[in-house]
Design a binder for this molecule. Structure first.
Ligand code: S3P
Length: 180
């Protein structure tokens, strides 16, 4: 019989583009039958616009202001597994909000990011590789600042990362196996 699980609080997946935040959050959610939400998809639905178009038409600061609004919305929801956009940690306000929750940092190198993202046109922050490298280095310290759990994704499959995250969440009592 398939075990059922519940979350005691929301879990936010952070890390650079291509770290696997969406795939891993979805995979843990499916394995444990808990709710999952992708911040970028939620933002695109709420504002009825693609992220690349928001950047092109209104610029990055405007996108970041929407990102904070969306983070606040999601924090008010029942517990979910939440995959965040890679830049969510840039605003101090967001980092303070994230620190109130459980944060899983998925570590990835820029080399691996480039290998994993087949269509970089949808990622405005990945248009200039030199800038992206600098950004990745700047953000590492911010990801570490908010992280409750860190998983290095190098050389691991989504299933392996899923098992690691699940075991850490169980250990911390954030994911609980339901009594039958
Ligand atoms: C961004 C990452 C993207 C998206 C936006 C900005 C960033 O999300 O939020 O393009 O600043 O790193 P992913 O990390 O899911 O690609």
């Amino acid at each position: 019989m398939k075990s059922t699980f519940s979350l005691t609080q929301s879990v936010f997946f952070v890390g650079f583009m291509g770290a696997g935040k969406t795939s891993v959050a979805r995979s843990v959610a499916r394995t444990c039958s808990v709710a999952e939400i992708d911040m970028d998809h939620y933002l695109e639905r709420r504002y009825e616009k693609k992220i690349a178009d928001i950047f092109a038409e209104s610029g990055e600061p405007y996108f970041r202001s929407l990102e904070t609004k969306v983070l606040r919305d999601i924090l008010a929801f029942d517990p979910h597994l939440v995959s965040c956009g890679g830049g969510v940690v840039m605003a101090r306000e967001n980092r303070e909000l994230l620190k109130q929750a459980c944060v899983v940092y998925l570590k990835v190198s820029l080399e691996e990011t480039v290998r994993r993202i087949s269509d970089p046109s949808s990622r405005p922050m990945l248009q200039d590789l030199e800038k992206a490298e600098k950004l990745n280095l700047e953000r590492v310290i911010l990801y570490e600042e908010v992280a409750s759990i860190t998983v290095d994704t190098l050389g691991k499959s989504v299933n392996e990362i899923t098992r690691e995250v699940k075991s850490e969440l169980l250990k911390k009592g954030i994911l609980c196996q339901q009594e039958k």
